[in-house]
Design a protein around this ligand. Structure first.
Ligand SMILES: [Zn+2]
Length: 186
C-alpha cells in the first residue's frame, strides 16, 4: 500500500531533520503564482527547468493547467494568491502532449461507466444543470487553451489590471519553455 510506504518514509524524513533545507514562509519569494498541469512528468521537471525552489512561488495544478470558469477553484486560488499572498505576477503554463488535448468526453464517460457509475448518476448531474460533456471537455491545442485561460483572467472583474499574466508552454521531456503571450505592458 503506497500510503504506508509514504508514512514509513515520512517518519524517517522528519526524524532525521531532512526538512531543514525546505524552511521558508508562506509568502512567495518571487511574488509569483503559477498555474500548470498535474502531469506526472512535470512534478519535478517544471520547477527544475524554471529554477523554482521551495518558497519561491505559489503553485496551482489541475488537469491541463486550465481556467475553465471565471468562478471556479482555479481563479479563486489565483485571486487569493494575488490579494492575500502578495503575488504580483501570474504564469499560466500548459504543456505539449497533455492528456487534456483533444480529450473526448464520451470516452471519459465510458470509463466512468466501466468503473460502476450508472446512467442514473450521470443523469443526476445533468439534472443539477451541469452539461457533463462540456464540463469534461479538453482542448484543441495547448496554445489555444493557454490563451483562453490568460484572457479569462485578464478580463476578470476581480483581477487587478496591473498584474501581468503570462502564457507559456513547457515541453514535458526537455523542459523547454516557449512563450505564448507576455503579460508585461509595453
Ligand atoms: Zn497535462
Amino acid at each position: 500500500m503506497y500510503l504506508d510506504t509514504i508514512l514509513d518514509y515520512n517518519q524517517q524524513f522528519v526524524g532525521s531533520n531532512q526538512h531543514e533545507p525546505y524552511k521558508t514562509s508562506k509568502l512567495p519569494n518571487h511574488k509569483c503564482v503559477v498555474l500548470t498541469c498535474m502531469d506526472t512528468r512535470l512534478v519535478e521537471l517544471l520547477p527544475a527547468a524554471m529554477n523554482i525552489k521551495n518558497g519561491d512561488v505559489k503553485m496551482i495544478k489541475n488537469a491541463g493547467g486550465m481556467i475553465t470558469s471565471p468562478y471556479g477553484s482555479g481563479v479563486r486560488s489565483l485571486l487569493i494568491a494575488i490579494h492575500v499572498l502578495q503575488a504580483e505576477e501570474v504564469l499560466i503554463i500548459g504543456h505539449k502532449d497533455c492528456g487534456m488535448q483533444q480529450l473526448d468526453p464520451s470516452f471519459v464517460m465510458k470509463q466512468m461507466k466501466a468503473k460502476g457509475i450508472t446512467e442514473e448518476e450521470i443523469q443526476s448531474v445533468t439534472d443539477d444543470g451541469i452539461d457533463v460533456e462540456e464540463w469534461l471537455a479538453g482542448f484543441e491545442t495547448v496554445e489555444e487553451a493557454v490563451t483562453n485561460s490568460v484572457d479569462i483572467l485578464r478580463t476578470h472583474p476581480l483581477f487587478p489590471t496591473a498584474i501581468p499574466v503570462h502564457g507559456l508552454v513547457i515541453h514535458p521531456e526537455s523542459g523547454e519553455l516557449s512563450i505564448v503571450t507576455r503579460g508585461y505592458r509595453q
